[in-house]
Structure formats: structure tokens, C-alpha cells
Design a protein. Structure first.
Lengths: 217, 205
């Protein structure tokens, strides 16, 4: 009886071992079959480079350009500065604007009527900076004259369309203290005066990239 | 078994919460297409200062006067008005001028104040000898002021910044009076109509 039980136990162990071995072989064969499947690839290359957008500002020929110091401006005075603005990168731009902000908070930069005004003219060739003469064609850019009080928050659009690459704009940037009546009596100025004030103006020309394109090729 | 289920549920809720948070954060941080566009800028700066324009009358012959009008007092007696008085007008502004507006307010008070009274302003190119009432240089008539208040816009003025003009103020009466004449001298400069400030300029630089 005991011998029979031992024999039965041995037979069960043998079956279990066989089953495990069978499963292992099956799994191995299945895996081998997968790795042995056919594989095909095709490749291509594309050289991709991104464009660059760049604006540079330089003094116009014969002009001091920026930065500059302007003292003792009186009503009606105009200061013309000549600069060359270039779009010199690989990508065209669009929507060229000019914003002007002033340091401090005085009538010069906060009063749209009495404060400083800026206007921009373009010459098709370089300006003669010493005389302010354009020997080519003069084109006003933007509105005739914008108060700094406005330009500080709302830049004026100089070129609404495309700004081509390798384009240089020869610009006359005019700063004006508008004519106005202000009377000083016995050394006493009016309450809201334009006199004896100062500010540092920051001119910022900006453009956006050209309109994005979709190309099928 | 229930403990295992509760743990799995809590884990799932945590994962879902994290995913939603990440999505919201991504939406907030992701720029709009417009701001994602490339932009370029260039600029420059300019320091700008505005001028001042001012002329002040003063009885002092030196220094920078304080702001304010100048008051002169004359005696109008039986022997005639008292002698001339002298004052300067000083350009205390930073800007050059082409003229100055002189305004004199005349008021007479006293026992007998009939007839008319006037004041004449005369400048001297050098300094007045106030004792002898003489000018060592050239005299120029600025004008004669009469009535209560009158003004004269004159080019005989301290045109350059920090310059001064020496003025003699002489009183005349039409008939003898016994009274006191008070003259308040005012000077004013305007940037328009008429423009006392020198002409506007256009500078190319």
C-alpha cells in the first residue's frame, strides 16, 4: 500500500514537470517565431532650418543718431534725428511700429496737447542730415504727429504690410514741442507748465515675423 | 478584499486629479499663437529738457531775484512828484527772448489827486547814476504808462539768459497834486501772441 502511494506520487511529479517543460518550450517557440518575422523600413531626410528676424538701428549718415541729449526746448522747436532701420535677417517681417516712452511723469510725456510729439518720415535714399534734405522721395510714415503720451501705450504703425529682408529704411525722426501759449509773470509759471521739465525718451521700433505659411511640396 | 478595493479607488482618484491639474496648468502656460510669433525690436534713447522763460523786476542790482512784482512809491507834492526811482529787470529763464511785456498799475491816494499821472520807463545800456540821475551809456525809452493799468511790449528787455536791464522810472503829473502814487511793476514773457520767447528752431542732428 505504501509502495503504491509512493509510485502514484512519483507519477504526478513527473506529469507536472512535463507540463512545465511543455509550456516553456511553447513560449520559447512562439517568441522565436515573432523575432523571425519579416521587417522592412524606408527612410528619408529633410534639412530644416528656422528663420531669423532682426531689426537694427544705426545713426544715419552725418547724424549723431541715438542716444542724444536735447536741452532747452521751447514751444515750436523741432529736433530731427536721422537713423537707418534695417531688417537684416533671413525672414521678412510685418507690422513695423514705433513706440516711445518717457521716464518720469511730467507734462512733457503725459499731456497729449502740450507734451512732446513724434513724427517719422522716410527718404528713399540717405538723408542729408546736416540740412534735413531728402534728395529722393519723402514718405511720411504713420500719422502726421503722435503725442508721446499716446505712443507710450499705443505704438504707431509705420509699415502695416510686409517688411522685406535686407531692407533699410532711412528715417527722419522728428521730436516737437508743440506751439502753445504759456506766460510767465514776474517769474511765476502757470500751474500746469511745460517749462523746466526733463525726461528720457526711449524709442522702440518693433516688427513681427511675416505671416506663417503652409507649403506643399 | 474591501481594503484592496478602497486603495485602488483612492489611487485612481489621485491619478485623475493629477492629470486634470496638469492639463489646466498646460493650458495656462501655453502661449497663444499670436504671442508665440517671432518679433524683433531696436531702439534708442534721448534725454530731453524744456526751456524756461522768465523776467523778474527787482530793486536789487545784483544776484538772482525772487519771483514777484515790484512796488514803487512816489510822493506827489506841491513842488511836484518825487524824483526818479530805479530798478532792474532780470532774465531768470534759460531761453533767450525777443521782448518783454511791462505792465504798470498806478494808483493815487491822497488829499488832492486831480489830473492825470504817468510813469515813464527809460533803460540805460550801462548803469544809472542814481544820485545825478544820469546814464553813462545810451538811454532807450521803453514807454510811458498812464491810467490804472497799462502794458507795453518792448524789445528793450533782458534778452539773453541771466542778463539784466537797468531802468529809470520817472513820474509826471498834469497838475499839482498832494497825494501818494503807488506803482506796481510787472513783467511777463509769453511763448505766444505776441511771442516774447525767441523764435522756434529746427535742429538737424
Amino acid at each position: 500500500m505504501a509502495a503504491h502511494a509512493a509510485h502514484t506520487s512519483e507519477r504526478r511529479s513527473g506529469r507536472t514537470a512535463f507540463a512545465i517543460a511543455f509550456v516553456a518550450v511553447a513560449v520559447a517557440l512562439t517568441g522565436a517565431g515573432a523575432y523571425a518575422g519579416l521587417n522592412a523600413t524606408a527612410t528619408g531626410t529633410a534639412s530644416v532650418s528656422s528663420g531669423t528676424l532682426s531689426l537694427t538701428l544705426a545713426a544715419g549718415s552725418g547724424s549723431a543718431g541715438f542716444p542724444q541729449t536735447i536741452t532747452n526746448m521751447a514751444p515750436g522747436d523741432v529736433i530731427n534725428t536721422y537713423v537707418d532701420l534695417s531688417n537684416g535677417a533671413t525672414m521678412a517681417g510685418q507690422a513695423l511700429t514705433l513706440g516711445v516712452t518717457g521716464s518720469g511723469s511730467t507734462t512733457l510725456t503725459t499731456n497729449a496737447t502740450k507734451g512732446l510729439e513724434v513724427s517719422v518720415n522716410q527718404c528713399s535714399v540717405a538723408w542729408t542730415a546736416t540740412t534735413g534734405v531728402c534728395s529722393g522721395t519723402t514718405t511720411p510714415l504713420g500719422t502726421a504727429s503722435d503725442p508721446v503720451a499716446t505712443l507710450a501705450s499705443t505704438p504707431t504703425t509705420l509699415v502695416s504690410g510686409s517688411v522685406a529682408t535686407s531692407t533699410t529704411y532711412h528715417l527722419q525722426v522728428s521730436l516737437t514741442l508743440p506751439n502753445q501759449s504759456e506766460t510767465t509773470v514776474n517769474g511765476v509759471t502757470p500751474t500746469t507748465t511745460i517749462q523746466g521739465l526733463s525726461t528720457t525718451l526711449t524709442y522702440t521700433f518693433s516688427e513681427n515675423q511675416r505671416t506663417a505659411t503652409t507649403t506643399n511640396e | 478584499m474591501d481594503r484592496v478595493k478602497r486603495g485602488a479607488t483612492a489611487t485612481a482618484v489621485a491619478l485623475l486629479t493629477a492629470a486634470v491639474s496638469a492639463l489646466v496648468a498646460a493650458l495656462l502656460v501655453t502661449p497663444t499663437p499670436a504671442s508665440a510669433a517671432v518679433a524683433a525690436s531696436a531702439g534708442g534713447t534721448a534725454w530731453v529738457g524744456s526751456a524756461t522763460w522768465s523776467v523778474i523786476p527787482t530793486s536789487s542790482t545784483t544776484g538772482t531775484p525772487s519771483a514777484g512784482a515790484l512796488t514803487l512809491t512816489y510822493s506827489l507834492g506841491l513842488l511836484g512828484p518825487s524824483g526818479p526811482q530805479y530798478f532792474d529787470v532780470v532774465n531768470t529763464g534759460t531761453h533767450a527772448l525777443v521782448s518783454t511785456d511791462y505792465t504798470l498799475n498806478l494808483s493815487v491816494s491822497g488829499l488832492l489827486s486831480l489830473g492825470s499821472t504817468s510813469v515813464t520807463l527809460t533803460s540805460c545800456s550801462t548803469t544809472w547814476n542814481t544820485s545825478a540821475n544820469t546814464c553813462g551809456g545810451t538811454t532807450t525809452l521803453i514807454g510811458t504808462f498812464s491810467g490804472g493799468s497799462s502794458s507795453i511790449d518792448s524789445t528793450d528787455a533782458p534778452l539773453a539768459s541771466a542778463s539784466r536791464v537797468h531802468i529809470q522810472a520817472t513820474v509826471s503829473t498834469s497838475i499839482l497834486q498832494v497825494a501818494t502814487l503807488t506803482v506796481v511793476a510787472n513783467t511777463s514773457v509769453s511763448s505766444a501772441s505776441p511771442r516774447d520767447v525767441s523764435a522756434a528752431t529746427t535742429t538737424n542732428q
